[in-house]
Design a protein around this ligand. Structure first.
Ligand SMILES: O=C(O)CCC(=O)C(=O)O
Length: 285
């Protein structure tokens, strides 16, 4: 069985046209979706999924593997569905402004700052601003392949130190402490081999502060170069959300960033499942 696909950009991404995820998905259709996921750079879009419920979102995601219960991000998970991470700018229960606008505003790969980084994430858009609030995705396999042989040799030996840093202007002292306690810095290889495609990809982003065994001053120029290289428009797809969109990405071969490019006052509410990957990395002492 095949599914109908429409490419989203030169670098990565495909829309799966005409598949209703709220309806039962047979094994052949699922296998075709899985193939498309691997062969289109690790980004798939399903539009008009308004009929998909929270339970349906979780059930679809589970077809790909075990789901994370978001113990590393307890403040952001849904109180009744721990498999759902709220990406929302809704005010907090105590009336304070939500800080979800800042979620994801650094280029990153989900849960890279843990010992079980995410395999994939499935984000469902419920409310989005009329203009903006876009998300960009970068193909880290292409970015790796287009490095020179010399640079490939340099990055082959590096481990990046990933932190759970967020771009929040006024992170309170207790939240900063909680974040450090729950998520100590984790070292991850800068180059990793995708377990399903066998292709190498760069594992770098704006949450990498330095390389193991090197100072921040020594590391920063290389991190800056790699980020500039990977996040150039020719390696990217920019997604303009519509309500009812379900977009999934492969964290083993892509990076993403929420642009936050929308006016205050508009609701932006998305919910994410996170499919667990294989253990990777080590805690830095
Ligand atoms: O809000 C977005 O556009 C993306 C959120 C994000 O970065 C994430 O869920 O990892």
């Amino acid at each position: 069985m095949s599914v109908t696909l429409r490419k989203l950009s030169h670098a990565l991404g495909a829309e799966v046209v005409g598949t209703d995820l709220s309806q039962p998905l047979g094994n052949a259709a699922f296998a075709a979706i899985h193939d498309a996921f691997l062969s289109h750079g690790g980004v798939l879009l399903f539009r008009n999924q308004q009929a998909l419920t929270r339970e349906g979102h979780i059930a679809f995601s589970r077809r790909f593997g075990e789901l994370d219960r978001h113990d590393n991000l307890p403040r952001d998970r849904h109180p009744e569905y721990p498999e759902l991470l709220m990406v929302t700018n809704a005010p907090k229960p105590d009336g304070k402004p939500g800080d979800g606008k800042y979620t994801g505003q650094l280029w990153h790969s989900d849960l890279s700052f843990t010992l079980v980084p995410a395999m994939a994430s499935v984000l469902r858009a419920i409310a989005v601003p009329p203009v903006g609030g876009d998300t960009m995705f970068a193909n880290m396999t292409l970015a790796y392949e287009q490095l020179s042989d010399g640079m490939k040799r340099i990055v082959a030996g590096l481990d990046g130190i990933h932190t759970g840093t967020r771009k929040i202007v006024d992170l309170s002292a207790d939240r900063a402490e909680e974040s450090r306690r729950l998520n100590p810095p984790i070292a991850q290889p800068v180059v990793r081999v995708h377990p399903e495609t066998g292709r190498k990809a760069l594992y770098i982003g704006e949450k990498v502060k330095c390389f193991a065994g090197m100072t921040e001053a020594e590391s920063q120029p290389i991190i800056d170069f790699l980020c500039r290289h990977c996040f150039r428009p020719q390696f990217c797809y920019r997604h303009a959300w519509q309500p009812g969109d379900v977009l999934m990405w492969d964290n083993r071969s892509t990076c993403h960033v929420a642009l936050g490019d929308y006016e205050d006052g508009f609701a932006r509410h998305l919910e994410r499942t996170t499919i667990m990957g294989t253990p990777s990395g080590y805690v830095l002492n």
